[in-house]
Design a protein around this ligand. Structure first.
Ligand SMILES: N[C@@H](Cc1ccccc1)C(=O)O
Length: 468
């Protein structure tokens, strides 16, 4: 395996014409202090050849810089004389570095001194040393001729020559590019194929992609939870349709056709008529209505269709089959009532209706059954208040205690009146109840607006926790 810096070096060498570079060049791509050790590492791994070389580094001293700017003293002297002889006394004082200039000029044979006079042997002059100095300062290559002057420039204190060890790296081979994999399989290990791959590191901090999983609507989840409670208490689920004949929604439940009792809640009318096939049942219902409510019962009204306003209609459907045996049934479903829609009212909502027909069933047992149901749903404290429903006697309203809210009305219940059971041919005592589920769900799930229970906002539903 090659480190990131090793790969950088190889890539650098790859781009070079002769596939080689000096260690000094590498300090632009990797830390200077690491260059040597990395070069030898790559050598050991067989990727590069390393040749040690001595490299001279020439730099101008401070004096060298000054002379470069001002010119060498002997050159300046020659330019000053411009080929004409001058008395030493005349210029000794005013000419800068006169002694140095004169001694170099003499040494180089540029002037002669005779009787206190300097006689120039050339009319103008630029030292080759000066040219070399200039080349060094602009890092131009020096010719062999130029190099002859280096010793002298060094002695004159104009340059410094440093000897450095440098490495010449030459690429010998390129690392093979292995395909990368992120996980090992038993097969790769067994047949040693894994050596052919580069194992990629895991980024354990990377977030996984968001994959929205399908899930049930949380209200549906709640309804199924309630259903589970009922089943666990030994109840069988029954169902009937949303479009119902008034006969089952009202008449069988002893709600008179011309009586305000019929309108304990409004209902949505549906066009058309249903069929009443069990005429003996119809006859007995008619009799009981006419006997006690004292009016002419009309079969046509009973055949009218409505969207069921209560799931007690399903209970009526069960009763209509004359189940003269012990049964425990329940239904959970939608009911419909005209209303002004707001945060706490909808025109469709859910009810749970239950029916128990049992030898020796009584009011006390009804209450304990209700306690068991509420307890199963999660409401441990319940209390009962006397109430009125056209189809039960005695009747109660059930209140449940919710932390932070207090007592909340949740259900209606009672023992079915003989006016309901007898026409159906049921002789055993029967208990029934109806429970609103929307409000309960709101309380449990902390929902302020009933409309949220029916939300189809994907974002909202995705983020909603479902506790059931
Ligand atoms: N159906 C009644 C509730 C109820 C059902 C069964 C018995 C008694 C009451 C309602 O909707 O309010």
């Amino acid at each position: 395996m090659l480190s990131e810096n090793e790969i950088k070096i190889i890539d650098f060498l790859k781009k070079k014409d002769n596939k080689s570079a000096y260690s000094t060049e590498l300090s632009s791509i990797i830390p200077e202090t690491a260059v040597f050790s990395l070069a030898y590492l790559l050598k050991d791994k067989g990727y590069v050849n390393v040749k040690e070389e001595e490299k001279e580094d020439i730099i101008l001293t401070k004096e060298g810089e000054e002379r470069l700017k001002e010119g060498l003293p002997e050159d300046n002297l020659m330019n000053f004389l411009k080929g004409e002889s001058k008395k030493i006394q005349e210029i000794a004082k005013s000419f800068k570095d006169f002694n140095i200039a004169l001694s170099w000029a003499k040494k180089k044979g540029l002037v002669k001194v005779d009787k206190g006079e300097i006689i120039p042997l050339k009319s103008s002059y630029i030292s080759p040393e000066y040219i070399v100095l200039k080349k060094i300062s602009s890092s131009q290559d020096l010719s062999e001729e130029d190099k002859k002057y280096l010793k002298e420039l060094e002695n004159r204190g104009l340059i410094e020559i440093k000897k450095n060890k440098v490495l010449l790296l030459t690429l010998l081979k390129e690392p093979e590019i292995r395909p990368a994999i992120t996980y090992l399989t038993p097969e790769l290990l067994r047949n040693k194929e894994w050596t052919k791959y580069e194992l990629k590191e895991y980024n354990v901090e990377a977030l996984p992609p968001f994959i929205p999983l399908g899930k049930k609507h949380y209200f549906k989840e709640f309804l199924e939870h309630v259903k589970d409670v009922m089943v666990s208490l030994g109840f069988k689920e029954v169902k009937s349709d949303f479009v119902e004949m008034e006969f089952y929604n009202f008449d069988m439940l002893f709600q008179a056709q011309d009586h305000p009792a019929r309108e304990i809640h409004d209902s949505f009318k549906v066009d058309g008529k249903g069929e009443l096939s069990n005429q003996s049942l119809v006859k007995r219902v008619k009799e009981v209505h006419e006997k006690w409510w004292k009016y002419n019962w009309n079969q046509e009204v009973a055949k009218s269709l409505v969207l069921r306003s209560q799931t007690t209609a399903t209970t009526a459907r069960v009763l209509s089959t004359s189940p003269n045996k012990e049964i425990k049934v329940f239904t959970i479903g939608k009911v419909f009532r005209p209303d002004a829609i707001d945060a706490t009212h909808l025109i469709e909502f859910h009810q749970l209706d239950g029916l128990v027909i049992e030898e020796n069933f009584n009011f006390r047992e009804l209450l304990s059954t209700l306690r068991a149901i509420f307890s199963g749903i999660g409401i441990k404290e319940v209390k009962f208040k006397p109430a009125y429903f056209p189809f039960t006697e005695p009747s109660v309203e059930v209140y449940g205690y919710i932390q932070g809210l207090g007592w909340v009305e949740m259900a209606g219940a009672g023992l079915l009146r003989p006016e309901v059971t007898e026409p159906a041919g049921v002789t055993m005592p029967a208990g029934a109840w109806g429970l609103g589920l929307d409000r309960l769900a709101m309380l449990f799930l902390g929902i302020k607006d009933i409309r949220d229970l029916y939300s189809d906002d994907i974002e909202y539903l995705r983020n909603r926790k479902v506790e059931y």
